[in-house]
Design a protein around this ligand. Structure first.
Ligand code: GLU
Length: 544
């Protein structure tokens, strides 16, 4: 068979040589040991935790080694392209402090551009042509129906499905048959002519999983589709070689394709990059664990964290906790450190499923937010509210002094211990709502209406805004005694049957009347912040 003539017929024209490309995309000028990593998402518009998981790993490995991390867009599957998707990836990851040095919509060293696979058609064709010339790739004219029939036959015979060995019908077409098909205008794809034998297995070192065993590939995978667009496999080999990636970090789903990639790199004459396959994020679902699902789990989407107003550092801390087994201990010792100082290592990553637990993230969030100053908290809330809050919530920021007093109280700043009531911006804004808006609903009052009416009335009559906390509390006790409630807790505890309740119950009635809630920070301070008029209005509203 004249492979050169065939290559010319299939992909006519002159293409640059391997040497030309090698010179055009030279090895990167980086210090020894510097790693080049990349995130290579498809622009589907859906950015998820798995992307963040990979991206933090990429970014940490690159930057800790003095290397670079770039963004490549794998848009060969045009059906999935969504407008604005690339910007969305960048901004979603920026939110979590993952910044790329180079790539699509970022720029950087143009030597390795373009970073969109659709704009790299020529290079894929050049190498497909080269493989055809060398007899390592061939045209396949099988139709969808042919392939479906093949799959059904293989399934029936309990054999591995795919296009390989004796099943690879077009692999051994004669020159005459090939040209007949071409003359008839039949569409074709280009397939790799695999030389592997899956019975033969090799040891392979994965940067994350450690030593694994990988069989040889025997699948004649498609490298160029009928429209001349490469498949993931082929584009991956060419791009990661010429963009000079040193270590490919990707999800463990790709391990199954590793044999293909090993053979493709060899066929192309490229050295194999190192690989690290990280495990999937799992969710506990009753007794079992399953992968997080786009359909069932809103928390899979990174948008979720922005909309809910998660504090970016908290999410990053949690991700690092999941990513490196020794992070938690390091962070306990260095709670205020720059997270980038943590000595991140691929080999410290989990080798099997990682459990993602929103409750754990929420605990971390509470902890992280409790460390902020009132001013930083106000800034954090404002950024969220201006994008996602209601118009009423946006008005909370008009009186900054009041807002800072609210936050100081709600965060327990200046108290013995910081409070940990805030989890996210949306939740915190709900939490402080009663300072700015009259309660619309009230948690259940535990006492009869006439009891609480008397209590509220008497409290209102004796209320003086100027009273300090002690005088104020003494007054609450008086109201308690006057209504059959114990003024002192120890009196109540000694003989609960003798009383309607205790001063704590009286305070609860006042608290619900004021805030709608049975649990809040210090009530006297709340009344101070609300102001005399508002205190009176809220109680009167309930009395009428
Ligand atoms: N486009 C692939 C994906 O989104 C990239 C996998 C890789 O990183 O190589 O899964």
């Amino acid at each position: 068979m004249n492979y050169h003539a065939l290559a010319e017929r299939l992909l006519p024209g002159d293409y640059p040589t391997l040497e030309t490309y090698e010179a055009q995309y030279p090895p990167r000028n980086l210090p020894k040991g510097a790693e080049v990593t990349r995130l290579a998402p498809s622009p589907t518009g859906f950015i998820h935790l798995g992307n963040l998981f990979s991206a933090i790993t990429d970014e940490r490995i690159a930057h800790r080694s003095g290397g670079i991390v770039y963004l490549r867009i794998e848009d060969t599957d045009l059906k999935r392209k969504v407008e604005g998707a690339v910007e969305a990836v960048i901004s979603a990851l920026n939110y979590f402090d993952v910044k790329f040095d180079e790539g699509a919509e970022i720029g950087g060293d143009e030597t390795y551009a373009p970073w969109y696979q659709r704009r790299r058609a020529e290079i894929y064709r050049a190498f497909a042509k080269k493989l055809i010339e060398e007899g390592r790739a061939y045209p396949c004219f099988c139709t969808e129906d042919d392939l479906t029939a093949l799959r059904e036959e293989q399934t029936k015979n309990k054999e591995i499905t795919g296009y390989y060995g004796k099943y690879a019908k077009c692999r051994n077409l004669s020159e005459e048959e090939i040209y007949r098909n071409l003359d008839a205008g039949k569409p074709f794809v280009i397939r790799l002519r695999s030389m592997g034998n899956p019975e033969i297995k090799h040891k392979f070192h994965d940067e994350i999983k450690g030593d694994i065993t990988v069989p040889e590939n025997d699948q004649d995978v498609v490298i160029l589709k009928s429209d001349g667009i490469p498949t993931y496999h082929f584009a991956h080999a060419i791009d990661d070689h010429f963009m000079r990636t040193t270590v490919v970090i990707r999800g463990e789903d790709w391990i199954a394709s590793l044999p293909i990639h090993i053979e493709l790199f060899a066929a192309l004459g490229f050295p194999l990059p190192r690989y690290g396959h990280h495990c999937s994020l799992m969710k506990q679902d009753g007794e079992s664990r399953r992968k997080l699902s786009k359909r069932k789990d809103p928390e899979l989407s990174l948008e979720y964290y922005r909309k809910e107003g998660y504090y970016a550092r908290a999410v990053k801390v949690y991700m690092l906790t999941l990513l490196n087994s020794n992070f938690e201990e390091w962070y306990l010792k260095n709670p205020d450190a720059d997270l980038n100082d943590f000595p991140f290592k691929a080999e410290k990553m989990s080798k099997s499923g990682t459990l993602f637990d929103l409750d754990k993230l929420n605990d971390i969030s509470k902890n992280e937010l409790s460390k902020l100053s009132a001013q930083d908290m106000a800034t954090f809330l404002k950024v969220w509210a201006m994008e996602f809050g209601t118009p009423e919530q946006q008005r909370y920021f008009e009186d900054e002094e009041k807002l800072l007093r609210v936050l100081t109280l709600c965060m327990g700043i200046g108290g013995k211990k910081r409070r940990k009531d805030f989890t996210t911006a949306s939740q915190a804004m709900k939490f402080i709502e009663f300072f700015f808006e009259r309660p619309m609903t009230y948690e259940e009052f535990r006492f009869e209406k006439d009891v609480r009416t008397k209590i509220l009335k008497q409290f209102l009559e004796g209320y003086r805004y100027e009273d300090d906390a002690q005088v104020w509390f003494a007054r609450v006790k008086e109201v308690a005694s006057a209504n059959g409630f114990a003024a002192e807790m120890k009196e109540y505890k000694a003989a609960p049957e003798a009383y309607m309740g205790s001063v704590a119950d009286v305070a609860e009635i006042l608290r619900i009347a004021m805030t709608g809630k049975a649990n809040t920070p210090d009530l006297w301070t709340i009344m101070q912040i609300l102001g005399e008029e508002e205190v009176r209005t809220r109680i009167s509203a309930l009395l009428n």
